[in-house]
Design a protein around this ligand. Sequence first.
Ligand code: 13P
Length: 251
Amino acid sequence: MRRPFIAGNWKMHLDKQAVNSFCDSLRASSHSDGVTVGVFPPFVYLAHVVEALAGTDIVVGAQTCRPEEHGAFTGEVAAVQVKDVGASHVLVGHSERRHVMGETDVEIRARLDAALACGLDVVLCVGETLEEREAERTGEVVLGQLDSGVTGLDGGELVSRVTIAYEPVWAIGTGLTATPEQAQEVHAMIRSRLATAFSDEISQGVIIQYGGSVKPANVEALMSCPDVDGALVGGASLAYESFAQLIEFNT
Ligand code: 13P
């Protein structure tokens, strides 16, 4: 049985006051025990959110990390530093990191390896652009990103510490959502690739989130797909009221 994982990626949004009031509401929330809930705040608020949510079961993670332990990387934050402030997770390979900051599959893999090595769990984001989808290259692109991110990992570690987030680039922040059929098709493709690369049993244990304009109005239909195990949410995770509707959703 895969435990649903619903997480808010706050990207470069919110301010100190909004973060505080969000954390207060989250602390008081009563989401189901059967759902993992997480937030990925901007770096400047990360340590504060870890402290504000201490003692709850809400996971807190960074939006990226640098693989090197330390060094002359002005503006960057090391995986070990994310771990040091008490965060438990990190996103790697988000489409904005791939397409705005130009991160390559090789760099993304280095971040993933460094995160796992220092004890962080990872959400590996994969997804095709509109152009790639229209050229019928969705499978090739998504599975290429997946292979690059997970080939050679220990299967047990993959199940227990790595979440895959399928985020079609064309659905991120656009209001366009993949239909449940489109999401399910790619999620099933991902799971089948994991079955080939690892085993059926391992592929059945891996959590695969969908991300891209998830909101209260569409979460239920997406989550009812057999291979959709959660959501990585941008815009609808910024106001507690809408995030609450997503995390209180019971599968
Ligand atoms: P939106 O929910 O705003 O489309 O963002 C999705 C996303 O990029 C989550 O990581």
